[in-house]
Design a protein around this ligand. Structure first.
Ligand code: FAQ
Length: 329
């Protein structure tokens, strides 16, 4: 199985593997889960920290574009739903930071790397949320893309990551449905509301397609990550599935996907569609998206503002431990 996968940068063929690496690869190929204290190649550990850490950061940075609308939600019910969704994202971040901690990296270390710009978070969160319809489009498209990527990750080879994904996916489906419900309301509303819904789709369509990462020919990590079952599908496979699922949903809403070349291809049983502008993608990754500075600035500020509370928790824990030690004497 491993030999069939295209060799990626830094990956080894079976002939190049040590006996330990071969035994590890065989466990992966048999579908066994790898657990924290077990032996693993250093590259496997590093790749997991990179991907899980990036994913965790995406969840907490991803709170910001929607957090922006909590105080302006149109009804009490919408506000309660949005609040719950944004809180769920914080929870997802925590499951994932905990999964990363089992690989020997602390949450504080990951935060430091994020704040120093040395770790990434999903490009999508560097775009602004300009109208209430964006809350619908984020839930529908962004959570929709997230689910498409994350459902297969429930079967990923690293136990703690796979278990975190099972919980996360349950909540993400609710997120997508609440987004689609907002889109339905807007699309069936006044002409101005329908225009807002269309405008949100126009702005968020291509950034959502970018969430799956560069096209397969430019993906650095896919081959090795798939051999290790850290990733279960290629970026293009998931992007195609997302387009095929989402286009009929847009049609049902009476909205137009902003791609003049979008066309059903009978032969492949899927849509042909235009690629996103990859130069824009790499520019956003380099820190030059419309909101990169705001997003990172907000995270750094939240971290600094919360320092007194983290310190107080440590002091409290130390005092409680000291009291327990005295009581035990
Ligand atoms: N944004 O070789 P590949 C959510 C980087 S869902 C930023 O193909 P890989 C839920 C990539 O890291 C969003 N960077 O990389 C939510 C690598 O750079 P590096 C988060 C990107 O890892 C919804 C380079 O490009 N989900 O937050 C992106 O094999 C609503 C080369 O790319 C996950 O993270 C991008 N879009 O595949 C929250 C899922 N794409 O690290 C709130 C888990 C690529 O070498 C509201 N992650 N890069 O410096 C994955 O499945 C993978 O990491 C991919 C990328 C598919 C994202």
């Amino acid at each position: 199985m491993y030999a069939q996968v295209v060799k990626s940068e830094g990956s080894k063929t079976r002939d190049e593997m040590t006996p330990e690496e071969l035994a590890f690869q065989d466990r992966i190929d048999r579908g066994e889960k790898i657990e924290p204290k077990e032996w693993m190649p250093e590259g496997y550990r590093k790749t997991l920290i990179r991907q899980i850490g990036q994913h965790a950061h995406s969840e907490i940075v991803g709170q910001l574009p929607e957090g922006n609308w909590i105080t302006r939600a149109p009804t009490l019910e919408r506000k309660a739903i949005l609040l719950a969704k944004v809180q769920d994202e914080a929870g997802h971040g925590l499951y994932l930071y905990s999964a990363a901690e089992t690989l020997g990296v602390s949450r504080d270390e990951l935060m430091e790397l994020l704040h120093a710009g040395k770790m990434k978070y999903s490009s999508i969160f560097n775009y602004p949320t300009l109208t209430w319809a964006d809350m619908g489009a984020v839930g529908w498209l962004v959570d929709g893309a997230a689910i498409m990527n994350q459902v297969p990750l429930q079967r990923t080879s690293y136990g703690p990551y796979s278990r975190a994904m099972i919980r996360i996916c349950k909540e993400e489906s609710f997120h997508q449905r609440q987004g689609y419900a907002i889109m339905m309301k807007m699309a069936q509303g006044t002409p101005a509301q329908k225009r807002m819904a269309q405008d949100a789709l126009n702005r968020l369509w291509y950034p959502s397609l970018m969430m799956f990462g560069p096209s397969d020919k430019d993906s650095v990590h896919s081959a090795q990550s798939m051999a290790w079952k850290i990733k279960m599908n290629t970026n293009d496979e998931l992007r195609q599935k997302f387009v095929d699922q989402t286009v009929p949903q847009a049609e049902y809403l009476g909205l137009t996907v902003p791609d003049p070349d979008l066309k059903w291809n009978e032969e492949k049983g899927g849509y042909d569609f235009s690629e996103p502008d990859w130069s824009e993608f790499y520019d956003v990754l380099a820190g030059n998206g419309p909101c990169n500075k705001d997003r990172l600035g907000a995270r750094v500020k939240a971290w600094e503002d919360g320092a007194w509370f983290r310190d107080a928790l440590v002091v409290h824990a130390e005092k409680a431990a000291a009291r327990r030690a005295v009581a035990a004497e």
